[in-house]
Design a protein around this ligand. Structure first.
Ligand code: NAD
Length: 344
């Protein structure tokens, strides 16, 4: 829900619960009139230890199953707090207040929660949807430009899977409207309708397939390559990629997977070219050593989306607005896509 005043937007929820606790990202400067655990979070802190800190805080507060946990922060915080809520006393309600663009358009809806384990992204997790997600765009005013671009990459993904050139409804034209957005500025007034349209697309897809048995896999476009790039950049310190923000990894993953969509499924080249131009102008090229490429293939083979070890399962595109889920890509084809990405 889009809101003008965050405290007023929370108010209706307060009557329904016996207790309120807040877990807030240290980077967000808001005072909460409830017991609050402030934590500094980065992808490296997306761990069992941080989940355990949240459980400890709730226990110290004698938090019961009739309480509401409010999660305020970026996607790392909402994923961690959501997992803590999914598991504390077999599950309590939580409400998300995302403060990064990425968390607004993606991480804070859909009910996926979890943390990284043994170097694998989101290896442990649970499906547990928040009771509400409150969108307050002025939080974006303090967001560093790179974090903004990271979130915008997930919006581009949403535009690619949802838009159709023949549809002229707001959702249908999303990809084309996103391409027109001036990425040199953070204009919250212009962004608000785009954010709400991206959320509407995700909610529509998740409602049709909450457990990710089929259509929801469309949302994974860019993420098979993206997660491997993110993992290698964070966890496997030998990589030359150096810590990649989630959305940057997704943008590079989208380019690799659109390349495969063109070569394997005959997808038109336009979106690949449009994304490549955006990458070169705003995101920069990814750098990678040959040894990283072998490790990237191995990581993709270990991805939790795969049903068989050694297989690489991807979502690709037949065309803009026509995702193709459950595509099996061979290691040689994946290597060719990486070759393309790293040669740009
Ligand atoms: N659950 C899902 O469906 C889903 C979907 C997409 C991504 N994710 C997860 O989201 C995570 C990435 O989220 P993210 O990009 O928000 O990163 P993040 O949570 O690490 O936040 C990025 C940085 O911005 C800071 N920050 C937060 N709000 C701020 C604000 N308003 N102003 C200034 N700084 C602020 C944070 O402290 C952090 O340093 C990844 O771990 C990814 O796996 C989850």
């Amino acid at each position: 829900m889009l809101c003008q005043d965050i405290h007023k937007a929370i108010a209706p929820w307060l009557d329904r619960y016996k207790q309120i606790c807040v877990v807030a990202d240290e980077a967000v400067n808001v005072d909460w009139p409830y017991p609050t655990l402030r934590i500094t979070v980065s992808e490296q802190d997306k761990s069992l230890e941080t989940v355990s800190r949240i459980w400890d805080f709730l226990l110290e507060q004698h938090f019961t199953r009739r309480g509401l946990l409010i999660a305020v922060g970026g996607g790392v915080l909402t994923d961690l707090a959501g997992f803590a809520a999914a598991t504390y006393k077999r599950g309590i309600d939580y409400l998300n207040i995302p403060t990064t663009l990425l968390a607004m358009v993606d991480a804070s809806t859909g009910g996926k929660t979890g943390f990284n384990y043994h170097g694998l992204k989101n290896a442990i997790g649970a499906f547990h949807a928040p009771v509400e997600t409150l969108i307050y765009p002025p939080f974006l005013d303090t967001l560093p430009p790179q974090q903004f671009l990271s979130g915008f990459a997930e919006m581009l993904k949403t535009g690619l899977i949802a838009s159709s050139p023949s549809e002229r409804g707001s959702e249908g034209a999303l990809w084309y409207r996103l391409l027109q957005y001036d990425l040199d500025t953070i204009d919250t007034a212009a962004l608000a309708p785009l954010i709400m349209d991206c959320i509407a697309v995700k909610e529509r897809i998740v409602a049709a397939d909450p457990d990710e048995q089929g259509p929801r896999k469309a949302l994974n476009l860019g993420h098979t390559f993206g997660h491997a790039l993110e993992e290698i950049s964070f966890v496997h310190r030998t990589s030359s990629l150096g810590p990649l923000l989630h959305g940057y990894a997704v943008l590079y993953g989208l380019i690799a997977e659109l390349y495969l969509s063109v070569t394997l499924l005959g997808c038109p080249r336009d979106p690949l070219q449009q994304l490549t131009l955006l990458m070169l102008r705003y995101y920069g090229r990814p750098v990678c050593k040959c040894s990283d490429r072998r490790q990237l293939i191995t990581l993709m083979q270990q991805d939790k989306k795969n049903e068989h070890a050694a297989e690489i399962n991807c979502t690709l595109l037949h065309a803009i607005g026509a995702p193709a889920i459950n595509q099996t890509v061979t290691p040689a084809q994946a290597e060719e896509a990486l070759e393309y990405l790293f040669s740009l």
